[in-house]
Design a protein around this ligand. Structure first.
Ligand code: UD1
Ligand code: UDP
Length: 355
């Protein structure tokens, strides 16, 4: 039986890996490697518990560090596991340092690399994710693209071999879990919220957190909007808010900082939000799946279809523009189905078995 080593490490990768694990385990042997890039309970374990993700076979406990430190440790530790396990294929997801290290370690050992969420580009190399995506794609033998745009991006870089348009595994995950979110999540009651009475926000990109001025401007916009804004705070962002005393900006306002929540609660918060404010890649897509207007706190996006279709608008850190879009952004109609048919994971597993 084909042996697949799946390499994950960060919150969105746990979510992406679940539908794929379900399908891959029907036809292959899977070894699950968690690099330990994310390690707080609400950034890691909660997803394994809530979603029933299989227990990782390895947790490399790499933790946080500079890009060089973190990637180097992952590379060393992933290499040791791959030498020991001798998988036929290494499966990497998305665009984090865990993706880069997994693709690099495997390709140097002549293990085939399959990249889930291949071909995405923001065309902004100041984003660490853009560097990780480009390298992972150029090292990959099979490139599973979520969108037609991703296929085109790869072709423009001369990559046509091994490219498969399968749809988006995050769409698969959203379909698998949104019913459960409806039935099981009590997060609205716990927070005293009613449907559509609040906006939902997330911020964690380096462009918005490394520059304190940018985070300050975003929080000022939230505060000045006068809206109830539920903001589950990523630990990276929490650190900057605490260190720079930024919580003062939202004192006495309806902006509520809460800890990150599990996937089922987060889906419930998304589906019931009036609008979403985010710099997350995954959250932009989920807003689109659920037809929630999305205001993206960046000046580029890889998910161009969401903008072109009118359901997502880029505002970056322009305070006045954010306030204007909070007040006025009201797309109409239904977003088209642009992220596959909810069976991306099935197509991925089928393709792997034909390698
Ligand atoms: C990483 C990915 C990013 C992805 C995001 C998903 C890279 C370069 N970036 O960004 O593409 O969108 O994950 O959430 O791989 N921290 C904790 N506890 C944790 C995890 C992180 O306190 O469990 C804090 C640490 O201070 C750490 C900082 O957050 O230094 C940043 O974590 P890191 O994993 O390096 O990058 P993210 O910003 O999470
Ligand atoms: N998410 C979650 N809890 C939160 C915030 C986000 O479960 O408190 C989920 C969200 O539903 C999406 C994913 O995390 O599936 C997005 O991850 P993140 O924003 O960390 O990373 P990105 O997608 O930008 O790489």
């Amino acid at each position: 039986m084909l042996k697949v080593a799946s390499i994950v490490g960060a919150r969105p990768q746990f979510i992406k890996s679940l539908p794929v694990s379900i399908e891959v385990r029907k036809v292959c042997q899977e070894v699950l490697i968690h690099t330990g890039q994310h390690y707080d309970h609400n950034m890691s374990k909660i997803f394994f518990e809530d979603m029933g993700i299989p227990e990782p076979d390895y947790n490399l406990e790499v933790g946080s560090g500079t890009h060089g430190e973190q990637t180097a440790q992952m590379l060393t530790k992933i290499e040791a596991v791959l030498i020991n396990e001798k998988p036929d294929i290494a499966l990497v997801y998305g665009d984090t340092n865990s993706t880069l290290a997994g693709a690099l370690a495997a390709s140097k050992l002549h293990i085939s690399v399959a990249h889930v969420e291949a071909g995405l580009r923001s065309f902004d190399k100041r984003m660490p994710e853009e560097i990780n995506r480009i390298i992972a794609d150029h090292l990959s033998d099979v490139l599973f693209c979520p969108t037609k745009t991703a296929v085109d991006n790869l072709r423009n870089e001369g990559i046509t071999k091994g490219v498969e348009l399968v749809g988006d595994v995050m769409y698969d995950a959203a379909l698998l879990f949104s019913g459960l979110a409806e039935k099981k999540s009590n997060i609205l009651q716990e927070l005293g919220l009613t449907s559509k009475s609040y906006l939902l926000a997330t911020i964690h990109r380096s462009a918005n957190t490394d520059e304190v001025e940018n985070l300050k401007a975003l929080l000022e916009a939230f505060a000045e909007s006068g809206k109830t804004i539920i903001f589950p705070v990523h630990p990276r962002t929490r650190k900057v808010i605490n260190n720079a005393g930024l919580h003062k900006i939202i004192e006495g306002t309806k902006v509520r900082l809460i800890d990150p929540v599990g996937y089922i609660d987060f889906l419930a918060l998304e589906r019931n939000a009036a609008k979403i404010l985010t710099d997350s890649g995954g959250v932009q897509k989920e807003a689109f799946f659920f037809a929630i207007p999305c205001i993206t706190l960046r000046d580029t996006t890889e998910w161009v279809e969401t903008v072109e279709s009118g359901w997502n608008v880029l505002v970056h850190v322009d305070k006045n523009l954010i306030l204007k879009q909070i007040a006025e952004f009201n797309p109409e109609g239904e977003p088209a189905k642009l992220f596959g048919d909810g069976k991306a994971a099935f197509y991925i597993a089928q393709r792997l078995t034909s390698l």
